[in-house]
Design a protein around this ligand. Structure first.
Ligand code: AMP
Ligand code: MG
Length: 329
């Protein structure tokens, strides 16, 4: 792809689906910011992971928009309405958030929209993490709304909206990419100009800036520490929630991100919504992504990446050396 073609995508030829996904991010951030300002209350799902009004409201909002614009497309989303059926106060609070954007919406419709996220991950489908890094959202740190489109196992596009990420002195970054057309970011201001994303050119392991989950339980912290020592990496790993980590790597502000299977959850396989959006952004920015065994990610296996173990992301230049070092730990 020549430089001119990339620039033309920036100006006037953004594919329909990508423009649609970018445009949705403003409404999603309105919901998450409102919930943060008003009343974040957390519930625990059956698997004990946290969920808030914002997770449900963003999924409902995105699902209804996809249904309107692309009625034949399926959605695979993180949430379902099971808890809302048992907690009418929670359902009322979610409905209220949706009504700020869609005044005629009612509670029954909201549940129906959320449950559209139970689509079959086959053929062509959208993938949504409405609030990725819910724990970061609760502690008012980083979180993202992450949306991808997959066709026959190929991630066609990815959009990662990070309302709390700061680039160039502005708070709020929407990173986006379409297969073969580069990666870009803009702020949440609709008039803001798109700027290209490129990974960094650092090629020495000791200079690497490493990103990892904030939560110890999402990774293998002691192996990460061993890796840092073995690789002679000078900077301390930076802890951060959500796919904002992919965006930092794509922007050249870090070189490595790893997610190692936690010893307490040895059978864990990653969910597609935690990676598909960031995956496309990172690849188009020139980075490389495999699992922690060096295998390509396989998005044909359903809601989880069952043929992969862990995730290993880099600027490309230090990928093989870093993986080799990891496998010495
Ligand atoms: P992060 O903020 O990068 O740690 O990623 C947040 C995501 O981690 C959540 O959306 C969960 O789907 C996922 N998650 C939950 N438990 C685990 C676990 N044991 N190992 C890896 N990821 C997990
Ligand atoms: Mg998530």
């Amino acid at each position: 792809m020549g430089k001119d073609q990339v620039i033309s995508m920036k100006i006037d030829s953004i594919p329909n689906e990508l423009q649609f996904a970018i445009d949705l991010m403003a409404g999603c951030a309105t919901i998450t910011r409102n919930v943060q300002q008003q009343h974040i209350t957390k519930q625990d799902k059956v698997d004990r992971s946290p969920v808030t009004i914002a997770d449900y409201a963003v999924q409902a909002y995105v699902a209804q928009a996809i249904g309107k614009k692309f009625p034949n497309d399926k959605l695979v989303g993180e949430e379902n309405s099971d808890l809302l059926g048992q907690d009418l106060n929670l359902l009322a609070a979610v409905t209220q958030q949706i009504q700020n954007l869609l005044s005629n919406a009612d509670a029954e419709q909201v549940c129906e929209w959320i449950d559209r996220g139970q689509g079959q991950p086959q053929g062509r489908y959208w993938v949504l993490d409405p609030v990725d890094g819910t724990k970061g959202f609760l502690r008012r740190m980083q979180y993202a709304t992450a949306l991808a489109l997959i066709e026959d196992g190929e991630v066609i596009l990815g959009v990662v909206g990070c309302p709390e990420l700061e680039f160039d002195g502005q708070t709020g970054v929407i990173a986006y990419a379409y297969r073969g057309q580069g990666a870009w970011w803009k702020s949440y201001d609709p008039k803001s100009e798109a700027k290209p994303l490129h990974v960094s050119t650092i090629d020495s392991l000791e200079k690497v800036r490493l990103l990892r989950s904030f939560e110890d339980s999402h990774t293998d912290s002691s192996r990460i520490q061993d890796f840092v020592s073995k690789g002679g990496i000078k900077a301390d790993p930076v802890r951060m929630d959500s796919q904002a980590k992919y965006v930092l790597l794509a922007a050249g502000k870090a070189e490595l991100m790893m997610r190692l299977v936690s010893p307490e959850k040895a059978g864990y396989h990653e969910y597609i919504w935690d990676h598909a959006p960031g995956y496309r952004v990172l690849l188009e920015a020139g980075g490389k992504i495999t699992d922690s065994d060096g295998k390509a990610l396989d998005f044909t296996t359903g809601r989880r990446l069952t043929d992969n173990r862990g995730i290993f992301v880099s600027n490309g230049l230090i990928h093989d050396e870093a993986l080799k070092t990891l496998h010495q730990t």
